[in-house]
Write a protein that binds this ligand. Sequence first.
Ligand code: GLU
Ligand code: MG
Length: 449
Amino acid sequence: MTEISGSLDEFRAAAEANGIHTVEVAAPDTQGHLRGKRVPVGRFFDSVHDGGVNIADAMFVFDMQNDLPDNEFVNMDTGYLDAHLVPDNSSGRMLTHRPGYGIVFADAFDENGNPHPLAPRSVLAAQIERCRAAGLDPVVATELEFYLCTPDWNPVQDHIQYSSLTDGLEFEACLADMRSALLGAGIEVEGSNAEYGPGQFEINAGPADAMTAADNTVLFKSIVKQVAVQHGLRATFMPKPWAEQSGSGMHVHTSLTADGANAFAACSDGEPNDLMKNWMGGLLEHAEAMTLLGTPNSNGPKRIRPYTFAPTHICWGLDNRTVLARCIAESGSKANRVEFRSAGADANPYLIIAGILAAGVDGIERKLDPGALSEGDVYGNPGDRTALPTDLEGAIAAYKDSSLATQLGDMFSRSYVSISEAEVPLAAENNPEADDVNDWERARFLEHS
Ligand code: GLU
Ligand code: MG
């Protein structure tokens, strides 16, 4: 499991040993983009490590293009206040793909000194606390797919060779640098492979505590994009860049630790224990509402289509890539976990993980039953399983006024919904086709997803 240095002294020692001149004080915005300030290393360890830095709270209401849709909490009348970013010094790492730079994640506070209600790290922290109050510590891993592109945003390949170790050797130097940079930043790399799309790749990161996993995921995306540029290429986490090719998902694996051990381990082969069933019961109960957290923009829902390996119906199963919640339950295995497969690669990891934790712990509190397991081809035989929303309006409708929205915080949810709602008329005007992905959409989402 990823362990990050843990203390300010260890971060300072690592900064000295690595000749760091600049520390990036970073916080994720609502789109999952890392923003912050670059601070000279001396100033960081003198004062910024506990004094923090300021940044405009506009970052929490930006759309993907940094436009500011109308927002009831952050607007001209409120004056676009400063949010105060205070480093979480236990999260400091080195950015070895940019020698001389280190990075530390920061929590955002509002003008009254309270955790900023719109900050993704605040939203996730509250749900981690909820799990811990129930005696359960969540362990999370995300699995991200992306397309490698030319500088003019075409895929670097025109053919698919899934997991080939022979094809695509011309990109291996770039992939190797990505793996090294991720390892350098303290992200455990399990492996990488060519995915089922032309120029599509996947790099798997190891599990970590929920906040570290979310930090790792936004840093992963930033590093993959930067290393691609260092190789004269581009990388995109746009969830469905080309209608006829595979989408890029962000699969989220969760398990729970109780008394130092995986609480899903004790089971019979293929038969999840009661705790795991209740956790999945919660995930399925809130799955429709959760869709918006996984597909916040107009492009993401276009990935939710039959026979794409993205899930279309609310169901669980064992080793089956057509289900929404894939459950790994082997007798005594500490690797037992639930893989939630509906989020696109543009999802904000803090928010989709917060949604999963809220849903799962609700399932445990209410002892929710996930129902019968699904076997075989769920696309062809969904039975009475409920379909997931396949467009942004449907995803918004399922989240708005939902119990999940309340659990994640009223102010956060209202702001979050309003950002997605502003996408609907834009998409209707510029690409009204439900299944088509056009140049307007690629111009809007390829570069910054
Ligand atoms: N690309 C698929 C998706 O959009 C997932 C393929 C896989 O199972 O890894 O979710
Ligand atoms: Mg994959």
